[in-house]
Design a protein around this ligand. Structure first.
Ligand code: MOS
Length: 732
C-alpha cells in the first residue's frame, strides 16, 4: 500500500481501541519474569556454553602476540577465539570499528578474544589468563585540540547556507556569539548487549537484544561471510536500547564464532565494565552559535557550527539539525566538522543530533531573549516559521510549537517567573524556571506486517518490529483490533523475528507510527479477503463487535476462517511526502529548579512537557516514553558525562557507579500534556514519534532554570555545582 495522500475514510479514526490509555499487553510477562530476554532464551537450547569477552587494554596500536595456552588449559574451557583463529571476517554496513580486533586495535576495550567455557565463572577466570602483547600507537583523544583543522563532516551531512549570514550577522543590532560543550554520553541501558548463538549445520540463529532486526541480520551475514538466508535473528524483548542496540555489537559475532568453534550454543552478555568502551556512545560536541536580531527580536541571521569526533570512517553528531528548521531568519549558515578521534565508536543515542543540538541552541535563545529584554517564550513565538526556512516552498505538515509553549506557560505558572535571575528564594534554595522548545524530526519508514484470521476469530500479527520497552506490542494490538473490529484480547502480536515481514524497526522515533501503519496496510488486505469470502462488498463492509456488517447483513468475522485461516501481508510505503512537506514533532519543556544558595546543590523541583506529535496512539505508553525521555534529559543536564582519559584514550567511568544517571529522588514531579492533534500527512495512523521528542530541549530548559535561579550561566554540560560555585552571588 502506498501512502501519499491523506486518508479520508479510515477505520482507525473510530478510536474505539486506538488512542486509549491501554495497559501494556506484555506487562504481566515482564513483571513476572516470564518475558524471555536475549540472555535467557530457552527454546530447546540444551548444553549452552558461556562466552566471556576480553577487551583491548590499549586504545590504538596493534597486537604483537597473543598467548592463549594457559586459558585453553584452564578448567571447563572449551575454546578460545581470537582474530588469528576466527578466519576472515567481513564488515557490516553499520559498524565503524571491527567487532573483533587484532592485529590492529582501533579503540579501548575493542574485543580481542572470547573464551568459551562450561560456566560463566570458568570463562571469566580463563580470560584473565590470556596474555596479549600490545604495541601502543599514539592516538588522538581530545576533541578540543583535534577540532581545529577538522574537515567538513562529509557528503551525507553537507553544510547548508541561505542568504548572506556573515553580512547579516555583522549588521545585526543585537548579537549573540557563544560556544557550548556537551560531553560524551553512554546509553547505559539496563540490559547489556547479550546474545545466544546456535548453529544447525551452516544455519545460524541468534537470540539477541536488537532494535533493527533486518539491518542487523544483514550485518551478521556480512560480518561472518554467510548468506543472509542462513541467519535468523530473534529479538522479542529488549531491556532498553536508546540507539545502542540499533546495530550488532561484539556479543553477536563472538557468540556465533564461539558457538561454531565449540560446537555448542554459546551465550554472551557484555560485562558491564565493557559496555562503555566496547560499544557505541553519543559523541561529545563543541557548538558555536551566532544569532543576529533586530532590536524588536526578529532573527536576521542564525549560524550554528558543530564539531564532533569519531573513529576513521565514522560520522558526526548532527547537532545542527534542529537549527535548520526551528526558527525563521533570512540568513542562515550550518556547518558540521568531524575530527578523527581514537575513542570508542560514536553513534546514535536517543534523538541523535537534536538532543545535544538543542542543549546548545535553546540556551542561546534564552541568552538572546535576555539581551533583548523579551520573554524567552515571546522570542520563540516571534520567530516561529510554518515553512522550512531553508526551502520556503516546503511547509511543515503540522507545526504547533507556539501552542505547546503557550499551553505549557499557562499550566506551569510561567507568569510567576521573575525575568531577573537570582530573585526568588525559598529557604536555603534559590528557585528558578526555565523553558526550551522541543523539536525532533518525524521520519516515516517502510514497514511490513502479516495478519492472520484464525478459526477462533483470533487475529495474529507477525512483523519483525521490536519493542524496546516502548509499547510496540500494545499499539500494534490496538491497531489490529481497531481495523478488524475485535476486542484487544482477541489479538496476538508476535514481534522481533527475522522470519517475519520486515518492519521499520525501533529507531529515530519512527517505530510507533511506521510499524502500526504497516499493520494497518496488512489489515486493509485482510478486511478485503474476509469480506470477499463472506460475500460482502469489501469497499463498504463494516468491521465491528467481532462481526462483518453490511446493510442488514451481519456475519461473525470468524466464519470467514471456518475452513482455513485467512492470511494477508502488506507493507506501508511512502510516496513523495518528504519532498513536499517537512514532518517534525514539537513541544515545550518547562523546568523549575532549586539551587542551594551556599553549596550550589541543584535539585529539579518540577518538570512539564507539552508535546504536539500527531495522534497519540496510546496516551499511557506515550506518557511513559516522554517521562523517561525527560528523565534522560535531566541526566544530560546535570550528571551524565563519560570522562575521557586523554592520555590513554578511554572512558574512565565505565560502570553504573561512575556514570551517573538520575534516580527517583532526582525527579520529584513530572507532567506530560499531549496536544489534541492528528497529522493526516504522517500515515493513515495520523501519528508521529514522541519517544525522542521527550528528551529534546530538556537539558537546555534545566540549564535555563539554573540561570534563572542563580544568574550564573554555565555553557558546559553537565551543569554541576563546581561550575556554579565561583560565580554564585553571595547571599545572606
Ligand atoms: Mo534511536 S538513537 O535511533 O534508537
Amino acid at each position: 500500500m502506498k501512502f501519499d495522500t491523506p486518508a479520508t475514510t479510515n477505520p482507525i479514526d473510530q478510536l474505539k481501541v486506538v488512542g486509549k490509555p491501554t495497559d501494556r499487553i506484555d506487562g504481566p510477562l515482564k513483571t513476572t519474569g516470564m518475558a524471555p530476554y536475549a540472555y535467557e532464551r530457552h527454546d530447546a537450547l540444551e548444553n549452552v556454553a558461556y562466552g566471556y569477552v576480553l577487551g583491548s587494554a590499549i586504545a590504538k596500536g596493534s597486537i604483537k602476540a597473543t598467548d592463549v595456552s594457559r586459558a585453553k588449559a584452564a578448567p571447563g574451557v572449551l575454546t578460545v577465539v581470537t582474530a588469528q583463529t576466527a578466519g576472515k571476517l567481513g564488515k557490516g554496513d553499520f559498524n565503524t570499528a571491527k567487532l573483533l580486533g587484532g592485529p590492529d586495535i582501533q579503540h579501548y576495550h575493542q574485543a580481542v578474544a572470547v573464551v568459551v567455557a562450561e560456566t560463566f565463572e570458568q570463562a571469566r577466570a580463563a580470560a584473565a589468563l590470556i596474555k596479549v602483547d600490545y604495541e601502543r600507537a599514539k592516538g588522538t583523544f581530545d576533541l578540543a585540540s583535534a577540532k581545529d583543522g577538522a574537515p567538513p563532516a562529509g557528503k551525507d551531512n553537507p553544510d547548508t547556507a541561505v542568504g548572506d549570514f556573515d553580512k547579516a550577522f555583522a549588521d545585526a543590532p543585537v548579537k549573540l556569539d557563544e560556544t557550548y560543550l556537551t560531553p560524551d554520553h553512554a546509553h547505559a541501558m539496563m540490559e547489556p548487549h547479550a546474545t545466544i548463538a546456535a548453529w544447525k549445520g551452516d544455519k545460524l540463529t541468534v537470540w539477541t537484544a536488537n532494535q533493527m532486526v533486518a539491518w542487523s541480520r544483514g550485518d551478521v551475514a556480512k560480518t561472518l561471510g554467510i548468506p543472509k538466508d542462513n541467519v535468523r535473528l530473534v529479538s522479542p524483548y529488549i531491556g532498553g536500547g536508546f540507539g545502542g542496540k540499533l546495530f550488532i555489537r561484539a556479543d553477536v559475532i563472538l557468540a556465533a564464532l564461539g558457538a561454531k568453534a565449540a560446537g555448542r550454543p554459546v551465550k554472551i552478555a557484555l560485562q558491564r565494565p565493557l559496555m562503555f568502551n566496547n560499544t557505541t556512545h553519543r559523541p561529545a560536541t563543541i557548538q558555536r552559535i551566532r544569532i543576529g536580531a533586530t532590536q524588536d527580536g526578529k532573527i536576521t541571521a542564525i549560524g550554528h557550527e558543530s564539531w564532533s569526533g569519531d573513529l576513521p570512517g565514522g560520522g558526526p553528531e548532527t547537532a545542527t539539525q534542529q537549527t535548520r528548521l526551528l526558527y525563521a531568519g533570512a540568513n542562515r549558515m550550518m556547518k558540521m566538522k568531524l575530527a578523527v578521534l581514537d575513542l570508542p565508536e560514536g553513534n546514535a543515542m536517543r534523538a541523535p543530533g537534536e538532543a545535544p543540538g538543542l542543549m546548545a541552541l535553546e540556551v542561546a535563545i534564552d541568552e538572546l531573549a535576555e539581551k533583548l529584554g523579551v520573554d524567552p517564550i515571546e522570542l520563540r513565538v516571534l520567530n516561529d516559521t510554518q515553512v522550512d526556512p531553508e526551502k520556503p516552498g516546503r511547509p511543515f505538515s503540522q507545526r504547533k510549537l507556539i501552542e505547546c509553549l503557550r499551553t505549557g506557560a499557562d499550566k506551569f505558572g510561567w507568569a510567576k517567573r521573575s525575568a531577573r535571575p537570582g530573585q526568588v528564594r525559598a529557604g536555603r534554595w534559590l528557585v528558578g524556571m526555565g523553558v526550551a522548545a522541543a523539536f525532533r524530526n518525524n521520519l516515516v519508514m517502510k514497514s511490513a506486517a502479516r495478519v492472520r484470521l484464525e478459526k477462533t476469530g483470533r487475529i495474529v500479527v507477525e512483523t519483525d518490529m521490536t519493542d524496546i520497552g516502548t509499547g510496540s506490542y500494545t499499539i500494534i494490538a490496538q491497531t489490529a483490533a481497531e481495523m478488524m473490529g475485535v476486542p484487544l484480547h482477541q489479538v496476538t502480536v508476535k514481534l522481533g523475528d527475522s522470519s517475519f515481514p520486515v518492519s521499520a524497526g525501533s529507531g529515530g522515533q519512527w517505530g510507533a507510527n511506521s510499524s502500526t501503519a504497516g499493520v494497518y496496510a496488512a489489515c486493509v488486505k485482510l478486511r478485503e479477503a474476509v469480506a470477499t469470502k463472506l460475500g460482502l462488498d469489501p469497499a463498504i463492509a463494516e468491521f465491528s463487535d467481532g462481526r462483518v456488517k453490511l446493510g442488514n447483513q451481519s456475519l461473525p468475522l470468524a466464519q470467514a476462517a471456518a475452513d482455513a485461516p485467512i492470511v494477508a501481508e502488506d507493507a506501508m510505503e511512502y510516496g513523495d511526502l518528504t519532498k513536499t512537506h517537512q514532518q517534525s514533532t514539537f513541544g515545550g519543556h518547562f523546568v523549575e529548579v532549586g539551587v542551594d544558595a551556599a553549596t550550589c546543590e541543584i535539585r529539579i523541583r518540577r518538570m512539564l512537557a507539552v508535546c504536539a506529535a500527531g495522534r497519540i496512539l496510546n496516551p499511557k505508553a506515550a506518557r511513559s516514553q516522554v517521562i523517561g525521555a525527560m528523565t534522560m534529559g535531566a541526566g544530560a543536564a546535570l550528571m551524565e558525562e563519560l570522562v575521557v582519559d586523554k592520555r590513554i584514550g578511554f572512558f574512565v567511568n565505565h560502570d553504573l557507579a561512575g556514570y551517573e544517571v538520575p534516580v527517583h529522588a532526582d525527579i520529584p514531579h513530572q507532567e506530560v500534556i499531549f496536544l489534541d492533534e492528528t497529522d493526516p500527512m504522517s500515515s493513515p495512523m495520523k501519528a508521529k514519534g514522541v519517544g525522542e521528542l521527550g528528551i529534546c530541549g530538556v537539558g537546555a530548559a534545566v540549564a535555563n532554570a539554573i540561570y534563572n535561579a542563580t544568574g550564573v550561566r554555565v555553557r558546559e554540560y553537565p551543569v554541576t555545582l563546581d561550575k556554579l560555585l565561583k560565580d554564585m552571588p553571595v547571599v545572606a
